[in-house]
Write a protein that binds this ligand. Structure first.
Ligand code: TYD
Ligand code: MG
Length: 455
């Protein structure tokens, strides 16, 4: 019998300490440390009397099983793109997102799509009763799909149910925060419980070759509540994001052992569930007003996919001693940098002005390639002159004011051309590989040259 002990576990980051403290030393969170009982080690490892022999195979000559392809595709193109070409057998995924964003809707639709293709799928809900899940499936027009439903929260019961039958291709657990195992004494929802339960389920997936999808809620500050520890256990972490004011949702991969990260899938929430958006640029540019100053279209890149996004800036005289800078959807430190470069290298002063920057559609951009579009929007708003409506911008701005090349200029230009743009401002360095498009690409070396051209 394993030794029982009392430990103190941070519910935010999962750090374990021997003593209680008001603030977690590891993540700095206040009031997050809770006393927990652990039995059989943290996470409740498997306790077995006798050991069994494992199997060792050589890498050379290792062949995939021809009958069972390694990946199962849902044929929902936006989902398959994010998973890197379909769910990998025996892998575990964590799908995180704010409550109410549409995680359950997405997964019941994915389960139905797989079941319709003849794969055995099981959807286990710890949050809703079977009747409620069925009601939702009926609303989504999926009631005829052969998805097996269960409402269960005990890991032991779930495993017993799954083991009674042939292992399914896909098991969805909604959500990981509701799971509990009697291997550990902590109450459900605590880090110890979540970790132990997830571990047991991941072990099941690896052993049987089923794909496991765990759903996790995200807290206010954007962390998957408690189960950040789960992120290390799974093969892929996908975030489902979007904001309440817009109908579209983005599924983003932040970790993927079997595919590229930063890949996105775009969906739209409608009365009949989530619909795929095949052409997101058109969606994000849909509400554009083409003749107002301060708007510039950025030809961006999300994962491997080019995406056109409108950047909006408002520069207004400030009554304050320290003018206000507010940013939505971009990095505020990066905005300060662009303002400083415009001031120091191009002589454009913003020190008497409030600056507001917004990425249209509630999208968040992490790419430095947006620098040029931001600079264009800022200068346009300050001067009151609208930028040409048929033009896109991309390029990274360095502290010296030089414009640096970015990745995949070709696909950005092609996307812009596809959406009817006929002009682009981009780094000169990107034009070495001759543009294959009919678009007029203006190569730029310095931010100063650019300002001279647009004003
Ligand atoms: P849900 O999938 O329950 O969110 P989560 O599992 O992430 O908590 O989604 C709930 C929201 O989605 C709810 O606010 C209503 C909306 N919704 C639609 O707009 N259309 C639909 O067809 C469905 C099923 C939900
Ligand atoms: Mg849900």
């Amino acid at each position: 019998m394993a030794k029982r002990s009392t430990t103190f576990v941070c519910q935010s980051c999962g750090a374990v300490t021997a003593k209680w403290a008001g603030r977690c030393e590891s993540c700095g969170e206040w009031n997050s440390i809770v006393e927990e009982q652990t039995g059989g080690g943290i996470g409740g490892g498997p306790s077995r009397g006798s050991a069994t022999r494992g199997r060792v195979i050589e890498l050379v000559g290792l062949e995939g099983d021809a009958k069972e392809p390694l990946r199962i595709q849902s044929k929902v193109a936006e989902l398959d793109r994010v998973t890197g070409g379909g769910f990998v057998r025996g892998s575990a995924l964590l799908v995180g997102g704010d409550p109410g964003i549409g995680k359950s809707t997405l997964l019941i639709q994915a389960a139905a799509a797989l079941a319709d293709l003849g794969h055995k799928t099981v959807y286990i809900s710890g949050e809703e009763a079977i009747g409620q899940v069925r009601l939702r499936a009926e609303r989504l027009g999926l009631a005829k799909s052969p998805v097996a439903l269960a409402a269960e929260t005990s890991v032991e019961d779930i495993l017993a149910t799954l083991q009674a039958d042939k292992p399914p291709a896909l098991v969805i657990l909604d959500s990981v925060q509701t799971l509990w195992t009697d291997k550990v004494d902590s109450p459900p929802g605590t880090v110890t419980q979540v970790r132990a339960s997830a571990q047991a389920m991941v072990r099941y997936a690896k052993k049987t070759g089923s794909t496991l999808v765990l759903v996790g809620h995200v807290t206010k500050d954007g962390q998957i509540a408690g189960p950040r520890v789960v992120e290390h256990m799974v093969d892929a972490v996908l975030y489902f994001e979007g904001d309440g004011a817009h109908q579209y949702r983005i599924l983003r991969s932040v970790k993927n052992r079997f595919g590229a990260t930063d890949e996105i899938g775009v969906f739209e929430m409608t009365g009949a569930g989530l619909q795929q958006v095949a052409n997101p640029s058109a969606l994000f540019l849909g509400e554009r007003s083409t003749n107002s100053p301060g708007a510039a279209v950025f030809a961006g890149l999300e994962g491997s996919r080019p995406l056109l996004i409108e950047i909006q800036a408002l520069v207004a005289p400030s009554p304050l001693g320290t003018p206000r800078r507010a940013v939505i959807g971009w990095d505020s430190a990066r905005l300060s940098m662009i303002l400083a470069v415009l001031e120091a290298r191009c002589g454009i002063r913003f020190s008497q002005h409030d600056v507001y920057l917004n990425v249209a559609g509630g999208l968040r951009i992490n790419e430095p390639g947006a620098d040029l579009a931001v600079a264009a929007a800022l200068v346009s708003s300050l001067s009151g002159l609208a930028l040409p409506a048929n033009c896109v911008y991309f390029g990274e701005v360095s502290l010296s004011g030089a414009i640096r090349p970015v990745a995949q200029a070709q696909s950005r230009l092609k996307e812009a051309e596809k959406l009817g743009f006929d002009k682009a401002f981009c780094p000169q360095g990107n034009l070495k590989d001759k543009a294959l498009t009919d678009l007029t690409a203006n190569g730029l070396e310095e931010l100063g040259d650019f300002i001279a051209k647009i004003s």
